[in-house]
Design a protein around this ligand. Sequence first.
Ligand code: URA
Length: 238
Amino acid sequence: MRLQKFLAHAGVASRRASEEIIYSGRVTVDGRIVADPARDVTADDDVRVDGRSVAPAADTVVFALNKPAGVVSTAKDTHRRETVVDLVPAGGRRLYPVGRLDAETTGLILLTDDGDLADLLTHPRYEVEKVYIAEVSGGPVGGETVEALRSGVQLDDGPTLPAGVELLNPQLLRITLREGRKRQVRRMCEAVDHPVLSLRRVKLGPLDVGRLKPGEWRALEATEVDALRAAPRRDHAR
Ligand code: URA
């Protein structure tokens, strides 16, 4: 990879600024000053800026996005609607969403180019927890309804697994699922005669949507990615 790109990928500076840094003689490769931005380097080279070692960029990236309503969570939309991938700067990588949220659902969705991680987080076998806040219609939700949602309701593709359900107020539910069937929360609530008015995902495995506002995103830190990788095992062991 070109030295200029190496520095930019590693987060030292933009490509342009990295070029300037290289021209100004501040960069060494294996102990020698290199002033050529096109010089080829690999992860095995000791690249330094002002004497400080530059770690190569991670092979893969994971972004957390607070998906706004109206944006689809496929990588490409056949109707040319805006997609979650359009909202995050891919930096030349091919990112794709981890799982799906309905177009009208807001909240936490991950984008990554790490296929293994995506598989770990979405495969039904691993039962990774997803937490939703659902505002529902149909009047105040009764205790029996909460119990029914908890123990499992019958949907046209079979009964749902036991779920965590808390009543936050008479028409606001916090629902924790270990499966991710299509429009599951909406169908569950409809099955108990409380259709969903709005739906937001606030948590995926150990990761909370946090302070991200709709439309905002951030790159996850390595420790957060490690925690996500551990989620299937940990959630499954419970
Ligand atoms: N359940 C739904 O019904 N919709 C979503 O987007 C996610 C979970």
